[in-house]
Design a protein around this ligand. Structure first.
Ligand SMILES: [Zn+2]
Length: 239
């Protein structure tokens, strides 16, 4: 190989190496655990650009049918999830729960920081803002017969997948882990590869090295079963 050709060859190799690093950056350990930079868009509730655009399309269509889809939660950082976790943990402990019980109570609805799908900028919790707001917005009863958000639920059952959004924690009675969340949808095209990126990380090591209340009780065995029951026992279309 002559010198010029060798130089050319090196430049080409570096170019492709850089491209691979760049295209995978979105799914780095930091990105999938809410500590990276995802180039989010939106004001109060932030999402990845593609998700934001698909959501707005869906919102526009729903509005024609008299439903005003409103996001109440979208992207959440690791630090925010950490605050939620610590607050709930402190409350349960002060109510007399032992640490393992307090953790079980928290994970009925909340995730361990670093493991929330809300870290990805692909997942949303939604209500119908045309309806009078009930006391507790994200309550299963609101989305069932007689509830304020039943029309939203029916509309989403019929249309959400057309826009790329899928229910994560469905009402399949055989499902373990998080309870039925008729308000939580995920943009499959991006959340699926992000889930795969998440499954690559060493969760035990991560939990051990963060400042999280009760983390001494999040043993390797506990986290292994949490992964199977909570993270992976979801709508099969999202895996
Ligand atoms: Zn949610």
């Amino acid at each position: 190989m002559n010198k010029r050709f060798r130089l050319f060859f090196i430049v080409i190799v570096l170019f492709f190496m850089n491209r691979t690093t760049f295209s995978q950056a979105k799914y780095s350990e930091l990105a999938v655990t809410g500590r990276g930079n995802l180039n989010l868009v939106g004001t109060t509730h932030k999402l990845q650009k593609e998700v934001f655009e698909a959501f707005n399309e869906m919102k526009k269509e729903a509005f024609k049918d008299g439903i005003s889809i409103q996001i109440v939660s979208a992207y959440r950082s690791f630090n925010r999830q950490n605050e939620i976790w610590d607050r709930k943990y402190t409350t349960y402990i002060s109510e007399g729960y032992l640490p393992p019980q307090a953790i079980e109570k928290i994970i009925e609805y909340s995730t361990i920081p670093g493991t929330s799908r809300h870290h990805w900028g692909t997942d949303i919790d939604i209500i119908d803002s045309i309806q009078k707001a009930p006391n507790k917005l994200l309550n299963e009863e609101n989305y069932s017969i007689g509830g304020s958000y039943l029309n939203l639920k029916i509309w989403m059952d019929n249309n959400a997948e057309r826009f790329g959004f899928y229910l994560v924690y469905d009402d399949n009675p055989l499902r373990n882990g998080f309870k039925f969340e008729p308000w939580h949808y995920s943009f499959m095209a991006i959340s699926k590869p992000m889930l795969n990126g998440f499954l690559e990380i060493d969760l035990y090591k991560l939990i051990l090295n963060v400042n999280l209340k009760g983390n001494a009780f999040l043993t390797k065995e506990f986290l292994d079963s949490y992964l199977i029951n909570n993270i992976l026992d979801i709508n099969p279309k999202l895996k």
